[in-house]
Ligand binder design. Structure first.
Ligand SMILES: Cc1cc2nc3c(=O)[nH]c(=O)nc-3n(C[C@H](O)[C@H](O)[C@H](O)COP(=O)(O)OP(=O)(O)OC[C@H]3O[C@@H](n4cnc5c(N)ncnc54)[C@H](O)[C@@H]3O)c2cc1C
Length: 389
């Protein structure tokens, strides 16, 4: 078994590592200052500028197929890059990305939604969650009824990432109540100027999601993405596209946090001795290092399965669950090692603490991942031992 990166992988990873160190990390004090004043850490223009800088070096559309101008790097490489980006809390991501389900659009939809999303001219949002339906996504009630050749959408979505900035949404609505998720949910591509409204939701994180309201929003039949009644499968495809990428980013954050803890332990003296000499502190550092390594291999293994075209759902759920739980334990330990200073807003630890908490909630909570993992085992869809059986 060969765990080494090949030359290309190392070169790409190192380029991103340097980019983060030179271009992203220096922005941190300003990003923190702005966020403390209730402003976004990066403006849309600043993000675009950074993305263009990366694009000049060829970094654009990491996962986007080459025929659409992307790099088409694959899952393992993307996971490696994502963990490098996670080393900073600056909300940077490479440009050239589009939601995987937009590739299911017809030619006209690709022109109108997919290509401008890849180029960064348009912003999308994915809207399935409702006040009464989160983990139980099959319980959505937003409806779309036919009126002539149009559809009329009514309902409310909640916690929609980028919902305040989006130019259009991929919204999921019930088109056949009897069939429900099994053939009765449809995905619509709906421009903001077709009439939906958004309302920011204040959260403990720095980038707030939005509630979306649809009141008799009339859309033409051309707005249907994929087939009428096949929306739930598209939603699951969207959610499943990159579950491994969320814990991948957390690897970088945890590495950086533990480096801070090591530095603190090496310099802070209590009762005449460095914290580094205390077993209680050493164990916190050791446990964190072990867990980061375990997480790295869970993430890379899940990504490897994606690249092999295998059914990676079990591996992705395992990586997402472990990443969410362990990243939260690690940031808590690092905060503890910093004592009172860890609790202040002078250091970014509390910011990471708030951000990493989300990992246990969105794109499937811890409990839902456990439910999936256990069900797969109990029903015989997966075996203990993973892909090495
Ligand atoms: C910042 C943020 C961004 C988000 N972005 C998006 C987005 O872009 N698009 C989108 O559609 N949604 C988005 N979401 C919604 C997110 O996916 C849901 O919040 C998540 O799926 C949980 O649903 P819920 O909040 O309704 O909790 P609930 O489903 O009500 O769950 C509440 C609690 O009960 C537990 N629970 C539920 N069912 C079970 C069960 N069967 N067994 C045991 N425990 C259970 C849950 O794990 C959780 O702990 C976002 C959420 C947040 C906070």
């Amino acid at each position: 078994m060969d765990f080494t990166l090949d030359e290309d992988q190392r070169e790409i990873r190192d380029w991103v590592r340097t980019f983060v160190r030179r271009e992203i990390t220096p922005l941190e004090p300003e990003v923190l200052r702005r966020e403390r004043n209730g402003r976004p850490g990066l403006t849309r223009d600043e993000l675009r500028e950074l993305q263009l800088k990366a694009k000049e070096a060829g970094f654009f559309g990491v996962l986007t197929p080459q025929e659409y101008g992307g790099m088409g790097l694959g899952a393992v490489m993307t996971a490696l890059l994502e963990s490098e980006l996670g080393r900073s809390f600056v909300p940077f991501r490479f440009g050239g990305y589009a939601d995987n389900i937009l590739f299911h659009g017809n030619e006209e939809q690709k022109e109108r939604y997919l290509l401008p999303t890849i180029s960064g001219e348009r912003i999308s949002c994915f809207a399935i969650t409702e006040p009464g339906a989160g983990s139980d996504a099959k319980a959505i009630r937003t409806s779309a009824r036919q009126d002539g050749s149009d559809w009329i959408i009514n309902g409310e979505k909640t916690f929609i990432t980028q919902g305040n900035d989006a130019d259009f949404t991929m919204v999921f609505a019930v088109t056949d109540k009897e069939k429900g998720a099994d053939g009765g949910v449809t995905c619509f591509l709906v421009d903001r100027d077709m009439g939906w409204k958004s309302e920011p939701i204040d959260t403990m994180g720095e980038w707030g999601p939005a509630a979306l309201v649809f009141e008799d929003v009339r859309v033409p039949k051309e707005s249907v993405l994929g087939e009428v009644g096949k929306g739930f499968q598209l939603a699951m495809q969207w959610i499943g596209q990159g579950r491994y990428l969320l814990p991948a980013r957390a690897i970088g954050s945890c590495e950086r946090l533990v480096e801070m803890a090591i530095e603190q332990a090496r310099t802070r003296v209590t009762f005449g001795e460095l914290l580094a000499e205390r077993q209680a502190i050493q164990w916190m550092i050791a446990d964190s290092a072990v867990e980061i390594e375990a997480l790295r291999w869970l993430v890379l293994h899940a990504a490897w399965q994606v690249d092999q075209g295998m059914d990676s759902r079990q591996a992705q759920s395992i990586a997402k669950l472990y990443g969410g739980v362990k990243a939260n334990e690690i940031v808590d330990r690092v905060l503890q090692i910093h004592g009172g200073m860890g609790y202040t807003r002078e250091l970014p630890i509390e910011r990471w603490y708030r951000e990493l908490r989300l990992l246990r909630i969105y794109e499937g909570t811890d409990e839902i991942q456990r439910r999936t993992i256990a069900r797969n085992l109990l029903k015989g869809h997966a075996k203990i031992g993973g892909s090495l059986v």
